[in-house]
Design a protein around this ligand. Structure first.
Ligand SMILES: NC(=O)c1ccc[n+]([C@@H]2O[C@H](COP(=O)([O-])OP(=O)(O)OC[C@H]3O[C@@H](n4cnc5c(N)ncnc54)[C@H](O)[C@@H]3O)[C@@H](O)[C@H]2O)c1
Ligand SMILES: [Zn+2]
Length: 369
């Protein structure tokens, strides 16, 4: 990582598609000059949402108001990752595309816009360049990095997608000033996850600074952004397409989280809340398998509590178990899960049996604590 002035640069060293993540307050204003250097094309399609556009209209117009750009506003939230919006965006691009045009995409928004815009970039004319300009904490530390792009179909979330890397990622913490607290906490669950899977020192930094973090202390936020993006960049570098089970560790807490979200039909509980509970589930399973100490599990639960993330829930055991089993690939009666060894270290286990999963469910009832 290098740092020039107040801009931090993190390189994602992928053999065929290396790129840089730029982090810095007000970097958004500097994007036009970076675009001049990056030479991605002569026509920028900016994909954003009415909410982000209304909050940042002046800055967006100042960057992308010229005839060399077209701004396309898609619906706010997960609905943007639909077949309907995919084709609306593609229609919008086709209408402005002529033989002289070399289009590229600017994804300006949360993870939903990043996933949709990245997927459009991956499939339009067999691939056009794109950049990520994430505006939620979750998108800044997670979804904008790594090239996983996708939309949802009624059958399943993220079922239609591609690995397709951006040409650059611009992370401006200034966007977080308008982010609602609930949305900020969505990102925090994943921030804590990074500490748990890879960096005990960072985990303890979060614990010690939880008050400052909630007050959006700028040096804490910058530390969070640079640490998490570095961890994600490194994992993606080593296992771009999740073929070596390294990228799998990012799924810590997600097996149970996805089962819970799906059994509750993606209502009642947010992804971040489900990840918080999922990390506790994975921790309890790890303790059951004697992979981690009780102390590590208690430290994890106490930290989630500090960030007012949920640590208990009443849920339908049978339904959640059914969706967990339904989601997972069993190989010789066993499934793969990410287990906790200690704070800062996890391992991928290939031999989790339904029996272990059921016993852990029982440990969670009636509350997770
Ligand atoms: N590609 C990946 O690797 C990856 C990883 C994790 C999650 N995801 C995907 O990310 C999506 C979730 O992303 P998200 O949590 O960013 O949700 P989101 O994109 O729906 O944004 C959440 C809400 O915050 C609003 N918002 C965005 N920026 C704002 C700002 N600066 N100020 C005020 N409001 C703002 C949005 O308008 C929206 O209402 C899911 O679809 C998930 O599947 C992808
Ligand atoms: Zn997640």
């Amino acid at each position: 990582m290098s740092s020039k002035g107040s801009i931090k640069k993190i390189r994602v060293n992928l053999k065929h598609a290396p790129y840089t993540i730029y982090i810095g307050k007000d970097i958004f204003k500097k994007i036009p000059s970076y675009l001049n250097k990056l030479k991605l094309g002569n026509f920028g399609i900016v994909i954003t949402s009415p909410k982000i556009y209304s909050l940042y209209r002046k800055a967006i117009q100042s960057n992308f108001g010229s005839k060399n750009f077209k701004i396309i506003k898609v619906a706010d939230g997960e609905i943007a990752k639909s077949q309907n919006w995919l084709f609306k965006v593609i229609d919008g691009i086709i209408r402005s595309d002529d033989y002289k045009c070399r289009p590229f995409i600017v994804c300006l928004g949360g993870g939903t816009i990043g996933d949709l815009g990245g997927f459009v970039a991956a499939i339009y004319k067999r691939g056009i360049p794109y950049i990520q300009v994430p505006t939620t904490l979750l998108a800044q530390i997670d979804s904008s990095i790594g090239g996983k792009t996708a939309i949802d179909l009624p059958a399943a979330k993220n079922i239609l997608g591609a690995f397709y890397q951006p040409k650059a990622v611009f992370i401006d913490p200034a966007f977080l000033s308008t982010l609602p607290l609930a949305q900020f906490k969505e990102g925090l669950a994943e921030v804590i996850k990074y500490g748990v899977i890879k960096d005990a020192v960072f985990f303890r930094f979060l614990k010690a600074n939880h008050r400052k973090i909630f007050m959006s202390d700028s040096s804490c936020i910058l530390k969070i952004l640079s640490t998490c993006t570095k961890i994600k960049a490194k994992i993606v570098e080593e296992d771009e397409r999740e073929t070596k089970s390294l990228r799998t560790i990012l799924n810590f807490g997600h097996t149970f989280a996805h089962a819970l979200e799906s059994s509750l039909k993606y209502r009642k509980i947010s992804h971040g809340q489900a990840v918080s509970l999922g990390m506790i589930y994975a921790g309890k399973l790890s303790l059951l398998r004697r992979k981690c100490s009780k102390k590590a599990l208690v430290e994890l639960i106490d930290t989630l509590k500090l960030f007012s993330l949920p640590i208990s829930i009443t849920f339908d055991l049978a339904k959640t178990y059914k969706s967990l089993i339904h989601d997972k690939k069993f190989i010789s009666g066993k499934i793969r899960m990410v287990l906790l060894r200690k704070i800062g270290k996890v391992e991928v286990s290939e031999d989790i049996r339904p029996h272990d999963l059921k016993r852990t469910f029982k440990l969670l009832k009636p509350s997770l604590h």
